[in-house]
Design a protein around this ligand. Structure first.
Ligand code: FAD
Ligand code: UDP
Length: 372
């Protein structure tokens, strides 16, 4: 008999949600992670009274009441609403693209005039059916906003031209003809009070956890530990890159402590010019309405992914999606391995989507393997 029913590779949200559901029905789970902490990319570092979002700004948002109730059953959430600012030259703009942004750029405060202005610019650009991010962006907000707030930011974030990027990436951002700076359209939004680690700890309560363990380096040893495996790491690495490597984008985070109580007056400020090497500055205390006398900021520098770096973003263009489909085909034939999460599904998931997908999959898994 193997010591565990299920081995879960990766203690991020996908693995933790899976482990929680299995533990609830009395299954023996072992969660391993190659990092020195649990939680994956939602992990917070607690420093001098401030919960730092170690791997970039994480704002929880969802319209699904069931997902919202689920996360709130582990930790209460505060009323934070993400309203990032964008800086270009010496001017400040509101995001997402809304009447405040249009007023700041064009001095227009009549929504009809704004729509006409955008329509004129779209017409001049000659775009009818958008085929890539550039065309999609221009068709949504016109050429001025594209040039000032999108082009530079996107090209440094992704390391390639907007013409080579899929249109869906820019559709993540709302475009509104109201004066509303809420970055998300979702019904529920907030940050866990006390940080995201409380969510991870709640999910992993009573589950065996081993850190600093890389499944791929000890594949035989760990595979023999359990009847089933849930793998949430990069799918191409699992299959020894046999069809070639998938493209990812990585990030470098540069942290600074400042002896001021308020550096930028907002949790997230984007720098949209290409000549500035970072994309955003986070001021962590503002996610939690902190009143400390000091502050901690993080500059987020995009960088090319290479082995040894964290693969933060899948690059879901056509070529990589095709390559992924080949790996997925292999994964579908596995009988004792489940693949899921941002890296194994190679999908630009937000937290609520990872949670929902893990909850659906674990229900199917339980029904298939453990129903009477
Ligand atoms: P991960 O969190 O990546 O967890 C996977 C885990 O598997 C990692 O801990 C990794 O170390 C481990 N692992 C991988 N390979 C191995 C191996 N071989 N052996 C052992 N362990 C392994 N979502 C939102 O909803 N709102 C936001 O504001 C938001 N902001 C984001 C900002 C940034 C910069 C990034 C990168 C993501 C953001 N997200 C946001 C997305 C969110 O982080 C993810 O949807 C979610 O955390 C993914 O969970 P996961 O379990 O799929 O993956
Ligand atoms: N984006 C932009 N300018 C901004 C903010 C975002 O052009 O000031 C574009 C960029 O292409 C980015 C995408 O919108 O990759 C999605 O932004 P989001 O904030 O959702 O990115 P994430 O938080 O996932 O990095």
């Amino acid at each position: 008999m193997r010591p565990y029913d299920v081995l879960i590779v990766g203690s991020g949200l996908y693995g933790s949600v899976f482990a929680h559901a299995l533990r609830q029905i009395g299954k023996r789970c072992l969660v391993i992670d190659r990092r020195s902490h649990a939680g994956g990319n939602i992990y917070c570092t607690h420093k001098e009274g401030i919960d730092m979002h170690t791997y970039g700004a994480h704002i929880f948002h969802t319209s699904d009441k069931d997902t919202w109730d689920f996360v709130n059953s582990f930790v209460p959430f505060n009323h934070f609403i993400n309203s990032p600012l964008a800086i270009h030259g010496n001017k400040v703009y509101n995001l997402p693209f809304n009447m405040n942004t249009f007023y700041q750029l064009w001095g227009l405060r009549d929504p009809e005039q704004v729509k006409l202005k955008i329509a004129e610019q779209v017409k001049r650009a000659g775009i009818s059916k958008p085929h890539n991010l550039e065309e999609q962006a221009i068709s949504l907000v016109g050429t001025d906003i594209y040039e000032v707030l999108i082009k530079g930011y996107t090209e440094k974030q992704w390391g390639r031209s907007c013409k080579e990027l899929p249109a869906f990436i820019i559709k993540r951002l709302p475009v509104r003809f109201t004066f509303d700076n809420n970055y998300f359209d979702d019904r529920y939004q907030g940050i866990p009070i006390g940080g995201y680690n409380r969510l991870t700890e709640g999910l992993l309560q009573g589950v065996d956890l081993q850190l600093n363990r890389d499944f791929l380096a000890e594949r035989d040893y760990f595979s023999a530990m359990a009847d089933h495996i849930v793998y949430t790491g990069p799918i191409d690495a699992f299959y020894h890159f046999k069809f070639g490597p998938l493209a990812y984008r990585s990030l470098r985070f540069e942290e600074e402590r400042l002896a001021t109580d308020n550096f930028q007056g907002n949790a997230v400020v984007n720098y949209t010019e290409k000549s500035i090497p970072f994309t955003r500055i986070l001021e962590h205390k503002h996610f939690a309405f902190g009143t400390q006398a000091h502050t901690i900021i993080t500059r987020e520098y995009p960088q090319a992914w290479q082995p040894g770096l964290e693969p933060y973003y899948p690059v879901n263009d056509e070529a990589n999606n095709k390559l992924f489909a080949q790996y997925r085909h292999l994964a579908d034939q596995e009988t004792r391995i489940v693949f899921g999460g941002r890296l194994a599904d190679y999908k630009y998931y937000d937290m609520h989507q990872v949670i929902a997908s893990a909850r659906v999959r674990v229900r199917q898994f339980i029904a298939k393997n453990y129903s009477l």
